[in-house]
Design a binder for this molecule. Structure first.
Ligand SMILES: NC(=O)c1ccc[n+]([C@@H]2O[C@H](COP(=O)([O-])OP(=O)(O)OC[C@H]3O[C@@H](n4cnc5c(N)ncnc54)[C@H](OP(=O)(O)O)[C@@H]3O)[C@@H](O)[C@H]2O)c1
Length: 307
């Protein structure tokens, strides 16, 4: 990891960090990719949008942060009809304008909109807000009362009509995934998006190995623990030892497996650059061992944690 030399003024250090950050981003370490079941490769590091589009005055800052991330290779964006009541999808629309073909767009349908007809109408509303003619991945945000088979039917119809390229689920635990696989076309599920970060490792017990065996990638949401994780003393000391930031350790750790996509959210350009730079961090066995000691893997089965 590139670092500014010690003993400089805070201003000079900030300046150098910015320069070094830009150099690192433009440099050497390519964005790792994750393969979807159909063979499509997507960046292992994407961008989230949960709190975007809530305030009109922030929309241009948020859109610019996403666009910066796209330019640095974080060309997968995760949004949902829920976020900002559609406002996040409108922010994404600004950011993908002129570069739609280079960005992998993920959105999600509310469980109460996931019926045979309602999912189609919800998807069409999302497409309109996003200013695009298709979603690359459409997820059921979480399980609700609508029978899963109905949602799959709607997703398959949307796929046949070219409005989505593929579909998946979110917040599905192993039992939900097992049930999904028994339903007609259930095996077409392309991803499951769940909570996963250093302090929430429960999925390593069963869900992650189960998905791995079947070649279904995992999208890790809140990979920075919504920011709170970054203040934990045992993480800050590991980061200090490695000469990087807590966010960079947290992200690189989530991305250590070739089938996990991390989708941190940031509206701050410095954070976006730093997140991109996390890719250059090498976590060797000693670093992984100290992380395991500070944030132990699960010792038993636990229900899927959700936000
Ligand atoms: N499927 C689901 O049910 C579900 C649930 C939750 C989230 N998600 C998705 O996952 C995405 C990410 O999760 P999240 O937004 O909950 O949390 P997160 O990405 O873990 O954390 C976001 C927070 O971290 C801060 N941050 C980002 N980069 C940073 C850096 N380098 N240094 C310091 N702080 C940094 C951000 O502030 P700044 O803006 O100031 O950088 C923001 O406050 C969401 O946006 C959403 O797309 C999905």
């Amino acid at each position: 990891m590139l670092q500014a030399p010690a003993g400089l003024s805070a201003r000079t250090t900030r300046f150098l960090r910015g320069m070094l950050g830009d150099m690192a981003s433009r440099s050497t370490v390519d964005m790792p990719t994750v393969s979807l079941p159909d063979g499509t490769k997507v960046p292992a590091l994407g961008q989230g949008t949960w709190t975007m589009g809530e305030k009109k005055a922030r929309a241009s800052v948020e859109g610019a942060a996403l666009a910066l991330g796209f330019e640095h290779g974080m060309t997968l964006v995760d949004t949902a009809e829920m976020y900002g009541d559609g406002g996040a999808e409108e922010v994404v629309a600004r950011a993908i304008a002129g570069r739609r073909e280079r960005v992998f767009v993920v959105s999600k349908v509310y469980p109460h909109n996931a019926g045979r007809k309602s999912a189609i109408a919800a998807c069409e509303r999302s497409l309109k807000r996003l200013g695009t003619d298709r979603l690359d991945l459409y997820l059921l945000h979480w399980r609700g009362r609508v029978p899963l088979g109905e949602t799959i039917e709607a997703f398959e119809r949307l796929r046949a009509d070219g409005k989505i390229v593929r579909w998946g689920v979110s917040n599905f635990d192993t039992a939900d995934m097992r049930e999904l696989m028994t339903l007609p076309d259930g095996q077409h599920c392309a991803a499951n998006q769940v909570l996963y970060h250093l302090a929430e490792r429960g999925i390593e017990w069963e869900l992650l190995p189960w998905m791995r065996e079947r070649g279904i990638p995992l999208m890790a949401y809140s990979p920075l623990g919504q920011g709170a994780l970054l203040r934990k003393r045992n993480l800050t000391s590991i980061a200090k030892h490695l000469g990087v930031t807590p966010a960079q350790v947290a992200l690189r750790w989530v991305m250590r497996s070739p089938d996990v996509i991390a989708i941190p959210e940031s509206a701050n350009p410095e954070h976006v650059r730093a997140n991109r730079d996390a890719v250059s961090l090498v976590l060797d066995q000693a670093a992984l061992d100290s992380i395991d000691a500070a944030f132990p893997p699960p010792a038993r089965s636990t229900p899927l944690a959700v936000i």
